[in-house]
Write a protein that binds this ligand. Structure first.
Ligand code: C2E
Ligand code: MG
Ligand code: MG
Length: 644
């Protein structure tokens, strides 16, 4: 109730934004009013002057003086109001209080003259419209809170009425004005009042709407520029500002830093997301306080970027690393930093960040190292990486990619029972590239499916040709990346290609690496099951190379267990190798999987595997991966070294 009353009277408290909106609306209206009044007064002065000079209307000196004074006063006030209002709306520095005073003075003088002129005309039996015009100007063009509008309008009407009432008595002899006058006055009063109220409520609703929009805008601007979690800038802002910085000549040498919290995933898993977020916030705060005015942003997840002076950058990041790493016991987290020093010709912040990121990623392999600058060596590797990503389509189209085959033999009698298809990239610029040089890069850039689809297609075509030529043909296994299941419908692709070449599904085996499965994505689980249902044999590749090997065996069903070649490393010296392998092999037979050991290089290893009952073997002892023609020849001529 109280609130409604406050609202209706306009006594409610407004926000600064709404008050400013009101003030500006009034200043705008004052411009129209003051221009009109100034013009009118100039015209009146000129008219009076011409009458005086030409002698067409001879009046007393007193008359002229009082009229000139009145006109001039109105003109001065109108011009003052005009100058102030124009200065205000054009954004010049103005005193707000002075504006309020001026507005009131202007309004009161207008009303005073409106009443005065109309009263004197009324006395002569003429119009009252000057009063009405001024009333409409002052009370309706300007916006007033309803209670103030009510007072201004009612008092001015009251004064006007009280001044004309005696004149009516004088002319009509009747006490008080006529009913018609009273009714006219009442209608005019109520109409002006309603106009004033309507304008107030319209302005206030507009102001509130504007305020909401402004708030929304500010919020949008904020999320467009800031990272929601940490509050520091986001990449959009970073890129824009960094590009501006690169364009400006700098006195000091600048560097892009890319920071990555190593083991953040484990930290999140151990302590939960809330603590993970706290760690990110802490990192952001440390970065901001350590790098001060430098550009700082969160790129994604646990990755941050900074554009700062090269001088002292390493020391600063070391300090932050120390702070973050201290007190962490259960999970060892490390803050690693890659740096790229800005060259004169650099203009692209995205590329610079990418280089710093590359330098950071390259430290991963080095234990204890926290900082690495992007140097010549990295630059070459980086260029190769770019070349691979940019050339994969051409490489597939122009057949830079070739499929090599490495035989898989039966441990028992040494006969070839299959082959693994392994990709090779014969690049016109870089020469022969092994998978180590391109698989990771293609995975990182989510392009790996292009390679794998090509290899599958080529393998199926080769098998078809082999069958058509009437030669003996063993199943071939192809390697799939975890990402193939995300980037394309690989199950459908494999089905379509085998159908295209009229191959039974038993001719193509699918190798999936253990690391691909540890994330336990439902999608992958479903795909593996589907492939098996469709009659493809699914192999678990590189078993034992990851840290969740046994979990993978628990959750998935495989046909072949391919034991990672690491197990044969230091075979003769390491006393643990034999019992471990023994157990893995017995596990695979208990889980009804065919066992295959890769990386077999010596007779001794083969002998040992045979003793333990390993079913299949693959390795340099039999044959290295070779091109198709060579592979076929070797198989046909029995050159794959048979085991004794
Ligand atoms: P992988 O599937 O475990 O393949 C076996 C790797 O071990 C091959 O390396 C092979 O050349 C090598 N190898 C075989 N026998 C021996 C041996 O006796 N001693 C040693 N030291 N190495 C041996 P490669 O061809 O360099 O391939 C490396 C990895 O790249 C593969 O490991 C596979 O994961 C991946 N890869 C290869 N081709 C493709 C492909 O077409 N698609 C996908 N997604 N991955 C592929
Ligand atoms: Mg493999
Ligand atoms: Mg393997």
């Amino acid at each position: 109730m109280k609130e409604t009353l406050l609202k209706l009277t306009g006594l409610e408290k407004h926000s600064d934004y709404v008050n400013k909106f009101f003030y500006t609306a009034n200043m705008r209206a004052s411009i129209y009013m003051s221009v009109y009044i100034a013009c009118m007064e100039i015209w009146m002065i000129v008219r009076l002057l011409s009458r005086q000079l030409t002698g067409t209307d001879i009046r007393s000196d007193e008359y002229y003086v009082s009229h000139y004074l009145n006109y001039s006063l109105l003109l001065i006030v109108a011009l003052s109001m005009l100058i102030f209002a124009v200065r205000y709306v054009t954004g010049k520095k103005c005193s707000i209080t002075f504006g309020y005073v001026l507005k009131w003075v202007f309004m009161l003088i207008c009303l005073f003259f409106g009443i005065d002129i109309s009263v004197s005309d009324y006395g002569k039996g003429e119009q009252v419209f000057t009063f009405l015009t001024m009333e409409l100007f002052a009370a309706c063009l300007l916006t007033w809170r309803p209670i103030i509008g009510f007072l201004i309008i009612s008092i001015s009407y009251g004064i006007f009425y009280l001044r004309i009432d005696p004149m009516e008595i004088a002319t009509t002899g009747i006490s008080g004005s006529t009913d018609a006058t009273k009714i006219n006055m009442f209608i005019m009063w109520i109409a002006t009042l309603f106009c004033s109220f309507a304008i107030y409520f319209r302005t206030i609703s507009q102001a509130k709407k504007d305020e909401q929009l402004e708030k929304l805008n500010r919020h949008l601007e904020d999320i467009a520029e800031h990272d929601e979690l940490t509050g520091i800038h986001n990449m959009l802002y970073f890129r824009m500002e960094a590009a501006k910085k690169l364009e400006m000549p700098e006195k000091t040498e600048l560097a892009f830093l890319f920071l990555d919290i190593e083991n953040f995933k484990s930290y999140n898993e151990t302590y939960g997301f809330r603590n993970g977020n706290e760690l990110l916030n802490k990192t952001a705060v440390l970065l901001k306080s350590t790098f001060g005015d430098s550009l700082t942003a969160r790129m994604s997840d646990d990755h941050f970027v900074v554009l700062t002076e090269w001088e002292g950058a390493e020391e600063k990041t070391a300090k932050i690393s120390e702070e973050i790493e201290s007190g962490q016991e259960d999970v060892q987290i490390h803050l690693k930093c890659g740096a790229y020093r800005v060259k004169e010709k650099d203009t692209d912040p995205v590329r610079a960040c990418d280089r710093a990121r590359y330098a950071c990623a390259s430290i991963k392999k080095y234990y204890g190292r926290r900082f690495r600058e992007y140097d010549e060596k990295l630059s070459n590797a980086y260029r190769l990486r770019h070349h691979i990503v940019n050339t994969i389509d051409t490489a597939v189209r122009e057949e830079y990619i070739q499929v090599y085959y490495q035989p898989i033999v039966s441990v028992k009698d040494g006969t070839v029972i299959g082959a693994e298809a392994l990709a090779r990239w014969k690049d016109p610029k870089y020469g022969m590239l092994s998978p180590g040089a391109f698989i990771d890069t293609l995975e990182e850039h989510r392009q790996i499916h292009k390679l794998d689809c090509f290899v599958i297609e080529r393998v199926c075509r080769d098998i078809r040709e082999e069958l058509d030529s009437g030669s003996e043909c063993h199943p071939v296994s192809v390697n799939l990346s975890r990402l193939d299941f995300e980037l394309c419908d690989i199950v459908k692709f494999v089905c379509d290609v085998t159908e295209k070449y009229g191959l039974e599904h038993s001719r193509l085996d699918i190798e999936v690496t253990e690391s691909a499965l540890v994330d336990g994505k439902e999608l992958l689980k479903y795909a593996v099951e589907k492939l098996r249902d469709l009659g493809f044999k699914v192999w678990l590749d590189d078993f034992g190379s990851g840290y969740s090997s046994l979990n993978v065996l628990k959750d998935y069903k495989f046909d072949v267990l391919k034991i990672d070649m690491q197990f044969l490393d230091g075979f003769s010296e390491n006393v643990n190798t034999k019992p471990i392998l023994e157990n893995i092999l017995s596990l695979s037979s208990r889980l009804e999987m065919v066992s295959l050991t890769e990386g077999v290089e010596t007779e001794e290893q083969l002998e040992f595997l045979r003793d333990l009952g390993c079913c299949r073997a693959q390795g340099y002892l039999f044959c290295r991966p070779v091109p198709r023609g060579e592979y076929r020849e070797k198989v046909q001529h029995g050159c794959i070294k048979p085991a004794e």
